[in-house]
Design a protein around this ligand. Structure first.
Ligand code: AN7
Length: 412
């Protein structure tokens, strides 16, 4: 039995009701299961013999008709042990979960495979989202695969080119609004309330977050049934940290892990309403009017899932931290140069956050840490070219290149 439940007043709604917030109190919804029935179903399931992927966890997902599944082979991303970087940062064991390995290059694909499948179950024909980039790229791809009309609203000017190119080539109707992400989200919410035919797939939709929780399951399974001590994630709208925490608590409740990790949420200094509230000891998040950061993916001032994120951080005895644009870009370069992992700036903020929290003594050197790198570095090549400068240049001639590179040890 699957139902949608309000996180504040506990009001319950049917699994197939198209609803994005509680009719009674207006708050966010979560998908809930009958966990005893789920435990029983797992007994008879072959899920452990399936390859690592989102659909390995189909028993834990809110999809009834598996013949409708829209998949591009998402999940099953690498959990890379980063020994060179962990030496540099001074932690014993550091892993990076590289979500850039997903079909459209970000963790959003985990949510969209489930969300778009749900759209087919509900028999809707049009899907819509607001996006800083990755959500639109992912939704556009899954909508194409499913044969659905796809509309996306993006903020003016600041969307990374790689992401915009994806949304365009997949055939989405891309509308760039003269405004920021928070305004775009307010508009798509309004549109989906006013028009029965558009199905909203931002992270306010609890079905999308159900797909994203598979990130947590995979980390535990890749560590052989042991949760790490810390999971560090960037926070924008804060849907992902909420989904990952939900996944972890479900695995714990079902006896699939013994201990729960502490969650760490990182925000860019210029877009840090949740981190600021948590650091001040407040459970109320006040929006930032004009969010600004080089990490355009998380340039979000009014995170829709703030309440779920605050809950995840409090329940896990977690922490939140802010990092500067400079710290983010330093971390991006470090991860690429030490570990061969090229991630986008928003993703690098988890590494920048780890570095800061180790320096502050908040994270202990003995901890097992997982940083989630949420998106691929090629999403935003412009930022890298600005940081790394121009390539060297030489005449097309061996001698001048030898001189340029200092190659002096000739064979005799
Ligand atoms: C690479 O695409 O919000 O805290 O519209 O693209 O769940 O919002 C992107 C978010 C982190 C933050 N890393 O996740 C969008 C969008 C990357 C991202 C986040 C995003 P949430």
């Amino acid at each position: 039995m699957i139902r949608q439940v309000c996180i504040t007043c506990g009001a319950e709604y049917g699994a197939d009701e198209v609803i994005y917030s509680c009719k009674r109190c207006g708050d966010l919804l979560d998908v809930e299961y009958d966990y005893e029935a789920l435990a029983e179903r797992l007994e008879g399931s072959d899920w452990r013999s399936l390859p690592l992927s989102v659909w390995r966890y189909r028993d834990f997902l809110p999809i009834c008709d598996l013949s409708k599944v829209v998949t591009l082979k998402e999940g099953g991303t690498g959990l890379h042990q980063c020994s060179r970087l962990s030496n540099l940062l001074g932690v014993k064991r550091l892993y990076v979960k590289n979500e850039g390995e997903n079909p459209t290059g970000s963790f959003k694909d985990r949510g969209m495979t489930v969300g778009v499948t749900k759209a087919l179950e509900l028999d809707v024909k049009t899907v819509i989202c607001a996006s800083t980039g990755n959500t639109s790229a992912s939704l556009a791809a899954y909508a194409a695969k499913a044969g659905l009309r796809c509309i996306v609203l993006i903020p003016s000017g600041k969307t990374a080119y790689g992401k915009l190119a994806q949304a365009m080539i997949y055939g989405a109707e891309v509308v760039q609004i003269r405004g920021n992400f928070d305004q775009a989200l307010r508009i798509v919410l309004k549109l989906s309330e006013r028009h029965r035919e558009v199905y909203l797939l931002n992270s306010i939709n609890p079905y999308r977050l159900e797909g994203q929780k598979s990130l947590a399951y995979e980390i535990c399974d890749q560590l052989n049934g042991k949760a790490p001590d810390r999971v560090i994630l960037p926070m924008g709208n804060a849907g992902n940290i909420s989904a990952v925490w939900k996944g972890l608590t479900e695995f714990h409740r079902l006896g699939l892990i013994d201990d729960l990790p502490r969650m760490v949420g990182i925000q860019a200094e210029g877009a840090s309403p949740i981190a600021r509230a948590i650091k001040l000891g407040s459970d109320v998040v006040t929006p930032v009017e004009r969010p600004e950061t080089v990490a355009t993916a998380i340039r979000i001032g009014a995170p829709v899932s703030w309440k779920k994120a605050v809950r995840a951080l409090r329940e896990s005895s977690g922490v939140a931290e802010t990092v500067t644009d400079e710290e983010i870009l330093d971390a991006q370069r470090m991860l690429a140069r030490c570990e061969g992992l090229f991630v986008e700036p928003a993703s690098a903020s988890s590494i920048a956050g780890l570095r800061k929290l180790v320096e502050l003594g908040e994270i202990d050197k003995d901890e097992v840490v997982v940083c989630v790198a949420t998106g691929h570095g090629l999403k935003d090549p412009d930022i890298v070219m600005k940081m790394c400068g121009r390539p060297l240049e030489a005449d097309a001639e061996v001698g001048s290149i030898e001189k340029l590179l200092g190659l002096t040890q000739a064979f005799r």
